[in-house]
Design a protein around this ligand. Structure first.
Ligand SMILES: Nc1nc2c(ncn2[C@@H]2O[C@H](COP(=O)(O)OP(=O)(O)OP(=O)(O)O)[C@@H](O)[C@H]2O)c(=O)[nH]1
Ligand SMILES: [Mg+2]
Length: 387
């Protein structure tokens, strides 16, 4: 699965501060010379890669970013303070392009990498600078130069190796929180997650994989129930699916039936997706005694006639989650390298965040009724109201 996240922003560096005209005025010092100070340089705008971020969504809501202007100079040869630089944090992997010229400014490929995207203005000179043997009282000064202004388009492309499947409340988001730095919202009500979240699981310095948390599926999803299957298509390019099963559902439902329901939906949606490598992950073992958990897991395995691998974890207590991630990593490493193939697939990008409703980005109003729509134009922007 490939995710493309895009945002357009306007960055404005600060203007340089102006120089000023000033003369020394002091008792007993007649005709004190020129002492107008220089302005300060304007602040520049930088992009800084931060591994704790994984989407550009914040830039959809805040599109204008301005660094501080340099202060004007002052009398008594005082130089104006330089404007502070502005640092905008972006996810690792972000590419910045000048929207007007199409020039790629660069890719921020490593955590901490810093790239200047708008140069602050140069300071103006005060009249003290124009003093010469022929002009000892110059009435000249210069103004600071304007800061650079650019429209940038930011793009982030990530490939998810692992997709999470499960009913609402199975603990998918809890799991991704436990094993990666992604921090999607977790709550004890269904459909907490409304858009996919990506997390990067670092195994060691060289090895990592990307995991995608998608909204929960429910029975009838293939026919449009709940958030439907619109997100399932994004799992088609994952290399392994983890099916999370809640061993002790709060709604007293039967874990066996629950697991069956997800598999049925998957098969109904797309047999090819259902044929993908898929592992069962029994979650919430912390709520049960070991024997009880074993018993329920065994029952599910038998009922499904499950032949593939299965794991018992507590996403919440991070029990066995590291083992699971290690197994996933080893499994991914054992697969043939797909990177060559991926290069040819650029145009087949599966998911764009174009589900964000443009209208609602322009207005603060949010209409709850939007969620009742049956059509495919789902409104998802609400989860980005800050927690
Ligand atoms: N005791 C226990 N609770 C858990 C565990 N994992 C998740 N939970 C709880 O289960 C509830 C649902 O967790 P989420 O991670 O939001 O579930 P989800 O699968 O992402 O749900 P949706 O986004 O609605 O599809 C939350 O109250 C979690 O605290 C676990 O391992 N043990
Ligand atoms: Mg969730």
């Amino acid at each position: 699965m490939k995710f493309v996240d895009e945002a357009e922003i306007r960055v404005e560096a600060g203007d340089g501060g102006n120089g000023v005209i000033g003369f020394r005025r002091e008792k007993y010092v007649p005709r004190g010379g020129p002492d107008g100070g220089d302005g300060g340089d304007g602040g520049s705008v930088y992009l800084v890669a931060d591994e704790n971020l994984n989407t550009l969504i914040d830039f959809r809501f805040e599109r204008f970013h301005r660094a501080e202007r340099g202060k004007n100079g002052q009398g008594s040869d005082c130089t104006g303070r330089a404007g502070a630089d502005l640092e905008l944090k972006v996810p690792v992997g972000t590419r910045a392009t000048d929207k007007d010229t199409g020039e790629v400014l660069g890719d921020l490929t490593e955590h901490g990498m810093r790239m200047k995207v708008a140069q602050g203005g140069f300071h103006g000179l005060g009249n003290a600078r124009f003093k010469s043997s022929t002009n000892r009282a110059p009435r000249q000064k210069s103004n600071g130069t304007p800061g650079e202004i650019r429209w940038l388009s930011l793009e982030l492309m990530l490939l998810a190796d692992v997709g999470l499947l499960g009913l609402p409340n199975a603990g998918k988001s809890t799991f991704i929180r436990s094993v990666s730095s992604a921090k999607p919202k977790v709550a004890d009500y269904p459909f907490t997650t409304l858009v996919p979240n990506l997390g990067v699981v670092r195994q060691d310095a060289q090895r990592s994989f990307v995991i995608a948390d998608i909204p929960g599926l429910i029975e009838g999803a293939a026919d449009g129930a709940g958030l439907g299957i619109q997100f399932l298509k994004h799992l088609e390019r994952c290399r392994v699916l983890l099916h999370l099963v809640d061993l002790l559902p709060a709604d007293q439902s039967d874990p066996v039936e629950n697991a069956k329901a997800i598999i049925a939906e998957l098969e109904k949606y797309n047999p090819k997706l259902a044929a993908k490598p898929r592992w069962l992950v029994f979650n919430k073992i912390d709520l049960l005694l070991e024997e009880e958990a074993d018993e329920i897991c065994q029952k599910i395995i038998e009922a499904l006639d499950w032949q593939d691998r299965s794991f018992q974890i507590s996403a919440f207590q991070k029990k066995n989650t590291d083992d699971l991630c290690r197994e996933v990593m080893n499994y991914l490493d054992s697969l043939p390298d797909e990177s060559e193939q991926q290069k040819d697939l650029q145009e087949e990008v599966a998911f764009k965040w174009d589900s964000y409703d443009k209208k609602s980005l322009q207005t603060d109003d949010f209409d709850d009724d939007d969620f009742d729509d049956d059509d495919d134009d789902y409104d998802v922007e609400v989860i980005y109201t800050k927690e």
